[in-house]
Design a protein around this ligand. Structure first.
Ligand SMILES: NC(=O)C1=CN([C@@H]2O[C@H](COP(=O)(O)OP(=O)(O)OC[C@H]3O[C@@H](n4cnc5c(N)ncnc54)[C@H](O)[C@@H]3O)[C@@H](O)[C@H]2O)C=CC1
Ligand SMILES: O=C(O)C(=O)COP(=O)(O)O
Length: 390
């Protein structure tokens, strides 16, 4: 029987064509074993009863009900870094469009397209659109993950003085960061010093509306804010005030909303950061591979709610994948149940991540529903998935 995959958004064919003959795309979400999604909100959606995994072809997972998925043993994947270059390039464009009135100039040409003397007249009019250069200006990058690091390095290459802030920077991120970036540990150093500030953090309770009145109060007058991450990172009312007072010269954002579109000094794009052929292909390929790997082997790579856990092909008659609360003696209890049922475990792997854990156990014989029920009865077990060896 083929495995059913439902796409909640259009997903690049480059990724979809990796699905083997064992898979089938379905229009019916309720029968899906796997879901592929980009930005569609899943918060109000009833999760299909047989859903094993969701792969977000992209970075941000604020459109997915993570806690609910965790408690149901549904693994949520994303595709770290797969669209970072696409976003980086749009951020660079945003910075240049904030520095020069490229938009105003283009509009002027459109408005004067019937002017037979346009070649002469523009030389008189162009002073209205004069700008500044970004070389030598100070850029603050908040969040040095896949995108932030690339933005920081590219801006340094363009001659900007770059400050980077990320209290949780990964070892990989730190390795990739150019030595010319000043790594600051106090966000105020970015607010105080920078002419341009760009945010590249996920939307979390801890980052929601981090760009607010208090932050603006510490910033230089005429600062440019770039938000190609999520709209809710910025307090819109405070932004309006900052734009009106001149504290913020321009607000460049990839996340227009009804308030933002009416503000002066805003240049907005309709969430185009990852909308390049290359990013769409990269994300789709990575998401499809993660999903297939998990559905076929139980191995987890790049999950945002369960730990990475990889196992070679099944060494028994079946494989048990157990999702549970991360607390003492869980593996002991799993092993006891299997021992009492006369099942041997030729191979196993257990990993934890914060409050949850994941165990893959190969069993030397097919296990009965009673074994599954007994494992499910253990306090803290969310789900037991049984996979027959190929
Ligand atoms: N405009 C668009 O189309 C796109 C937008 N995004 C947005 O950009 C965000 C970042 O994407 P990536 O760089 O790929 O993610 P990432 O996970 O590689 O990097 C995020 C970084 O933010 C850091 N961070 C978390 N909390 C922080 C805090 N309070 N202060 C400073 N740093 C903090 C983390 O340590 C991490 O290094 C995504 O979560 C998403 O919301 C991502 C891709 C496309
Ligand atoms: O990857 C992300 O976080 C993005 O915001 C990109 O969203 P999209 O896949 O273009 O709907």
């Amino acid at each position: 029987m083929s495995r059913k995959i439902h796409c909640l958004n259009p997903i690049s064919q480059t990724g979809l064509k990796l699905l083997t003959a064992d898979y089938e795309l379905t229009d019916k979400a309720e029968e899906a074993e796997g879901i592929l999604v980009r930005s569609a909100s899943m918060h109000e959606m009833e999760l299909p009863a047989g859903l094993e995994a969701i792969a977000r072809a992209g970075a941000g997972v604020n459109n997915i009900p993570l806690d609910k998925c965790t408690e149901k043993g549904i693994v949520v994947f994303n595709t770290p870094g797969a669209n970072a270059n696409g976003v980086k390039e749009l951020v660079l464009a945003g910075m240049l469009m904030a520095a020069r009135d490229i938009n105003g100039g283009i509009e002027w040409v459109k408005e004067n397209k019937e002017d037979a003397n346009i070649s002469k007249d523009m030389e008189k009019s162009k002073k209205k659109f004069a700008g500044t250069e970004i070389k030598g200006k100070r850029l603050g990058v908040i969040g040095l993950g896949a995108i932030g690091v690339q933005v920081a390095n590219a801006a340094a290459d363009l001659g900007m003085k770059v400050y980077g802030y990320d209290p949780f920077i990964s070892v990989n991120g730190a390795w990739q960061l150019s030595p010319f970036i000043e790594h600051v540990t106090d966000l105020d150093d970015i607010y105080k010093n920078c002419d341009y500030i760009t945010v590249h953090v996920p939307l979390l309770d801890s980052t929601r509306e981090m760009i607010n009145k208090d932050a603006f109060a510490k910033m230089k007058d005429g600062v440019v804010i770039l938000n190609y991450a999520r709209d809710l990172l910025v307090n819109d009312d405070d932004m309006l005030e900052a734009l009106e007072s001149g504290k913020v010269h321009r607000y460049m954002t990839d996340f227009p909303n009804p308030k933002v579109t009416h503000m002066p000094g805003v240049i907005a794009t309709p969430h185009l950061g990852a909308s390049t052929a290359e990013s769409e292909d990269n994300c789709a390929e990575m998401a499809v591979k993660e999903l297939m790997d998990y559905l076929e082997t139980g191995s987890i790579r790049n999950s945002v709610n369960y730990p990475a856990c990889e196992m070679p092909p099944c060494r028994g008659a079946c494989r048990l994948c157990i999702f549970n609360v991360n607390k003492p003696n869980m593996i002991g209890q799993f092993a006891s149940v299997l021992a009492e049922e006369g099942v041997n475990i030729p191979d196993m792997q257990n990993k934890s991540k914060g409050e949850v854990a994941y165990t893959i156990m190969d069993a030397d014989q097919e296990v009965s529903q009673r074994v599954v029920d007994r494992l499910m009865e253990i306090d803290g077990v969310y789900k037991v998935r049984v996979m027959k060896a190929e």
